[in-house]
Design a protein around this ligand. Sequence first.
Ligand code: KIV
Length: 263
Amino acid sequence: MKISINTFRKMKLNGEKFACLTSYGYCEAVAASEAGVELLLVGDSLGMVVQGHESSLPVTIEDVTYHVRCVQRGNRGAFLMADLPFMSYYSENATLENAARLMREGAQVVKLEGGAWLAESTRLLVERGVPVCAHMGLTPQSVNHLGGYRVQGRDPDQAKTMIDEALVLQDAGASFILLECVPSKLGQAITESLQVPVIGIGAGPHTDGQIMVLHDLLGFYPGRPAKFVKNFLAESADIQTAIKSYVHAVKSHEFPALEHCYE
Ligand code: KIV
């Protein structure tokens, strides 16, 4: 069954969890979409896991466009999200032009990082038929401003601001909010405050969907994994089984477990 944007709205209404996974190439797109992943993200994490950079900042719109093209060929019906990379939405023209490039290659929703200041860009895109996902919490494109990859929203004032800004972005027309590295209670509060589906990574068990970076799921990325990461390949015979096991764990509320969550 081909998944549309309405699938996620219905799943949220029915309290049904959905599984999302990053994808950068043809084979992984085939594997993930056939394993039941409902949403594939061509994330700018490709800067780290594919290109070997220290952050996502060097990733260009040409890079994301190329990977969307590869993933699109392998996708067997999952919804396809693509990142607008660092500084590719600095002006109205850049936002529209770069989103159009990704949508022409097969993306069905674009993801931008930020808070309420994204409301204008969100409106601009949505009015022209481009669905938007707003990435909040830990926004890796702002790592230099944030001073590192840290949990966001622990301070009650910051948490309240994040809830308010998520509502502003929903009002501006965002179809999804993605929350990265926030305490579980904040993940729950934002998910319950919004009508649109919330996707979490390190945001606790209450978000409507979960997302993982493929290389984390396979225990493949060098270095110490983040708290929210689980290596599903460690207990599976092969990649396809590991992805299926992730999908099952999300849908049965087994992942993320307490040990993957922040307080
Ligand atoms: O780029 C990416 O892979 C992401 C995920 C961390 C959600 O934005």
